[in-house]
Design a protein around this ligand. Structure first.
Ligand SMILES: Cc1cc2nc3c(=O)[nH]c(=O)nc-3n(C[C@H](O)[C@H](O)[C@H](O)COP(=O)(O)OP(=O)(O)OC[C@H]3O[C@@H](n4cnc5c(N)ncnc54)[C@H](O)[C@@H]3O)c2cc1C
Ligand code: FES
Length: 282
């Protein structure tokens, strides 16, 4: 595989989907490399990330939100927070961006085979999980995994992400999908409350060989990981991803290090066991 470590490759924006209609402004970008050679050789794992350049503005890291089983395009989803993300949100279909990567370790795919899986995503944290969810539920991979459970948490019904996937997720074999919002709201008949308060009642959390992938705001991860441990899930079976400020993406600049870990190279995916070894800087 040829890796585009330092030199961005040009990609065209094929489609932009406005995911949310609230002040949490999130869009999903569907892109394709312009060079057919790059297109064919660009392989990534769910949980890895790429550095995206908006020409004339800057570069920022984003996880893949589509699955590598999707061969015709790549997707990533962006919450508008500052300079680069605002510039990305202002782009149009047909515009050109630069891509370096893929970088980082990605989620452990092989060691997750034959396990029951729980996904707990909060807000934009569902984006990197969606890459893995769609990989696991792909018809060529589904039989490698046991029961798949999703607990997707959003602030409000207007903040729900990836709605086009729900029917497929809900109808997949041996799959349980739950959605929750923070506060009760007219017209919402699904769960209400923070996800850590729902695990016991809404999920089969005590199946043997269960691995949990969780991603979301740091406060959600704190409560989720505490609750999962109280429920008896081992720290090495609790997996999350970190978002640190990054520059090079390849372990050279030191921008992303926590203790002896470089998040860009050793992560961004870590087990709870590994997080416990780190100084409290994330
Ligand atoms: C491995 C990885 C994967 C990521 N995946 C996604 C993704 O799928 N979708 C998504 O929307 N975002 C993702 N991010 C976060 C994204 O990179 C930042 O939101 C982005 O860099 C902000 O750039 P900006 O120029 O718009 O903001 P700036 O103008 O630089 O800053 C605006 C605000 O965002 C904060 N900020 C800047 N960079 C980061 C960062 N890396 N992490 C957390 N806060 C930051 C700043 O402190 C400031 O408060 C990821 C980050 C990493 C490291
Ligand atoms: S971003 Fe440069 S070392 Fe990680």
């Amino acid at each position: 595989m040829e890796k585009t470590d330092m030199l961005p490759h040009k990609a065209e924006i094929l489609q932009i989907k406005q995911e949310t209609e609230t002040n949490l402004n999130i869009k999903t970008f569907r892109i394709q490399f312009q060079d057919s050679g790059v297109r064919e050789n660009f392989n990534f794992k769910p949980g890895q990330f790429m550095m995206v350049t908006v020409y004339g503005v800057g570069e920022a890291p984003f996880g893949f939100s589509s699955s590598p089983t999707e061969k015709d395009y790549i997707e990533f989803s962006v919450k508008e927070v500052g300079l680069v993300t605002e510039a990305l949100h202002n782009l149009k279909e047909g515009d050109e961006i630069g891509i370096r990567g893929p970088f980082g370790n990605g989620f452990p795919l092989e060691s997750t085979e034959n396990k029951n899986i729980i996904f707990i995503g909060g807000g934009i944290g569902l984006a990197p999980l969606r890459s893995l969810i769609n990989y696991v539920l792909d018809e060529n991979n589904r039989d490698k995994y046991k029961k798949v459970q999703l607990l997707n948490a959003f602030r409000s019904p207007e903040d729900t992400l990836f709605c086009d996937d729900y029917e497929w997720w809900e109808n997949s074999k041996d799959t349980l999908v739950k959605y929750t919002i923070d506060e009760p709201c007219e017209g919402w008949s699904k769960c209400v409350g923070y996800p850590h308060t729902l695990i016991e009642d809404e999920l089969d959390y005590n199946l043997p060989d269960t691995r949990v992938f969780t991603c979301g705001p740091p406060i959600m991860i704190k409560f989720i990981t505490e609750r999962l441990q109280e429920l008896g899930i081992e720290p090495e079976e609790i997996i999350t991803t970190l978002e640190m400020k990054m520059s090079c993406g390849v372990g050279k600049c030191g921008r992303c290090n926590i203790g002896h870990y470089y998040v860009c190279k050793d992560g961004p995916v870590f087990t709870l066991d590994q997080l416990r070894e780190m100084p409290d800087e994330y």
